[in-house]
Design a protein. Structure first.
Length: 325
């Protein structure tokens, strides 16, 4: 963390450090614990207790409690609200200047966050994990996280990451990461079926066989063309001479199904993720299935931040267990 030096320089005869002020209570600034001083300075800079708590990765209630104790110790009001805006009082501005000056003499604690690289299958990131990752970032604005969306087998085998979450057919985690990892953990089994938006299909008119799909537009995510276990669906799409759209974007493919009366292949949990979509069972005899696997890089498996993120992922899948039944 860097601080702006007060105007003037020690070599200037008119310069005075804030501790030379006529305000005796400011002399206590030197005895404020470094962590509490950081709480105050970050809150002053952010102008928002919630944002300061996120930046410091602490609970907002803890931050405000510590600042209230600081005000009680100094017997001064340091913050005030003008409407909904948080600002410093005159005494708060004086303390801020004092602490900034002292920061040149002592180092306030700055906790460097390790860079965590998470590689995750694009559909899992969008459908299952995205909301909990956003919640994590809301709570902790100091985290350093790189998210790599895996949209192909080649991408999976060419990356290096701390945590990998991928999809594989059968009961084996292969093909998987090529670097050394912990023993892969299977998190869920995903069965896939064609889906359509409810508003575009009456129950009595929904297709019940591959032949019935002739009157519907089909949409295919390009990534699915590489998956052998999706052969029945892929062959149907490949045979189409008309009425088919192939998409590079998973999210846009979902929008095509939602808004364009298209039918596309999606995991069966999708009707729980989006109540406007409905699965079409019975179109294919063969089961189309993938397994969700989780593995951690051997070199970073003991890093606390990595363990926290792994626990978040495991918790997400555990909470959504009924999606995969």
């Amino acid at each position: 963390m860097s601080f702006t030096e007060p105007a003037g320089r020690p070599g200037n005869p008119d310069f005075r450090w804030p501790q030379d002020t006529a305000e005796p209570w400011l002399a206590e600034a030197a005895s404020i614990e470094g962590e509490i001083a950081q709480y105050f300075l970050v809150s002053a800079r952010c102008g928002c207790f919630m944002q300061a708590a996120r930046s410091l990765n602490v609970r907002s209630t803890l931050l405000r409690k510590q600042l209230a104790l600081l005000e009680q110790t100094l017997q001064r009001s340091l913050f005030s609200f003008q409407g909904s805006a948080l600002s410093l009082t005159r005494e708060g501005q004086q303390l801020q200047a004092q602490l900034i000056a002292l920061a040149h003499e002592r180092k306030l604690p700055v906790i460097e966050q390790p860079l965590i690289r998470l590689a995750v299958a694009e559909s899992i990131l969008h459908d299952i994990l995205g909301r909990d990752l956003i919640a994590l970032l809301r709570r902790n604005a100091s985290v350093r996280l790189e998210i790599i969306a895996l949209d192909s087998e080649l991408a999976l085998q060419s990356i290096s990451a701390d945590i990998v979450l991928w999809l594989a057919p059968g009961d084996s985690p292969t093909p998987g990461p090529t670097f050394a990892t912990s023993q892969p953990q299977r998190l869920a089994q995903l069965d896939y079926l064609p889906h359509i938006a409810k508003r575009y299909s009456r129950v009595t008119a929904r297709p019940e066989s591959p032949e019935d799909l002739a009157d519907f537009m089909l949409v295919q995510w390009q990534h699915d063309r590489q998956i052998d276990s999706f052969r029945p669906w892929n062959e149907l799409v490949e045979q189409r001479l008309a009425g088919v759209v192939q998409m590079q974007s998973y999210e846009l493919m979902l929008e095509m199904i939602r808004c364009s009366a298209c039918i596309g292949l999606l995991p069966m949990y999708m009707s729980r993720f989006d109540r406007g979509l409905v699965a079409l069972p019975g179109l294919f005899e063969e089961v189309m299935r993938l397994q969700v696997w989780l593995a951690v890089n051997e070199h970073s498996r003991d890093v606390a931040e990595v363990q926290t993120l792994v626990e978040l992922i495991q918790g997400t899948f555990s909470e959504r267990g009924e999606w995969f039944e």
